[in-house]
Design a protein around this ligand. Structure first.
Ligand code: CA
Length: 242
């Protein structure tokens, strides 16, 4: 993953889900002025369709929305992605606000709010996310290699080695193998792998997982058609055998 600091600010996209056109417009304007790319959705259903195609860097979400309300959308989105969510709520919606935070929204702003305050909150959440991802990368750097017999998987160098020979894996192939190998015998469904490795992007066909499993088997298994490491659990998913 690319650290946020390496991405020019203009490439960070924010989806604003708000049915009141005047609010959506002002918020969009301020965010653009702050250097963000802005998408807008006027109801929950439009938002869902956009989110199925692409997960933005942050979502600003009004709780009271036509078609699909903000809480349902938060729940739906959290099943798929860790994208930061800032809720827009009315003062009387305190119960919903708490429910939203419990469902995994990152922050909220109470209407009426100053657009400048919202921009500050957006920046704060982006900073927090960046710090967390930096910490995660630092933790990654100090992780010892995973060793299973002649198979060695080294996260800091993203290197896979069998009996002293390097194996070339693509980024996604490595991420998938590493996730499975970190939790030997833990069965992951294809959907879980899709969510964890591909960030829950629904436009990606679940068959992608099958294809990647097959490719990794061809690279690490002595007999790819009778795998002993990346094992299929029929009707469920896949697991790594240590
Ligand atoms: Ca509304």
């Amino acid at each position: 993953m690319i650290a946020a600091s390496e991405v020019p600010l203009s490439e960070l996209t924010i989806l604003v889900v708000e049915d009141e056109p005047s609010i959506a417009e002002v918020v969009g304007l301020y965010l653009q002025r702050a250097g963000y790319k802005v998408q807008t959705a006027a109801d929950g259903k439009i938002a869902m369709n956009l989110l199925m195609k692409e997960i933005p860097d942050l979502v600003i979400l009004d709780l009271m929305l036509p078609e699909i309300d903000g809480l349902s959308l938060t729940r739906w989105l959290r099943d798929r992605s860790d994208v930061p969510i800032i809720m827009l709520t009315a003062r009387r919606e305190e119960i919903d606000r708490i429910a939203g935070l419990e469902m995994g929204a990152d922050d909220y702003v109470v209407k009426p709010f100053s657009p400048q305050e919202l921009v500050s909150r957006v920046r704060a959440v982006m900073r927090r996310i960046k710090r967390a991802s930096d910490d995660e990368q630092d933790a990654h750097l100090s992780e010892p290699p995973l060793t299973f017999g002649d198979l060695v998987i080294d996260a800091p160098s993203r290197n896979v080695n069998i009996s002293g020979n390097d194996v070339q894996l693509t980024a996604k192939e490595f991420d998938m193998l590493y996730l499975l190998a970190q939790h030997p015998k833990h069965v992951y469904t294809r959907e879980q792998l899709l969510n964890r490795i591909w960030g829950g992007a629904e436009y990606i066909d679940p068959g992608t997982v099958t294809v990647h499993i097959r490719r990794v088997r061809e690279k690490i298994e002595a007999d790819p058609s009778n795998p002993t490491r990346l094992v299929t659990v029929w009707g469920v998913g896949y697991k790594f055998e240590p």
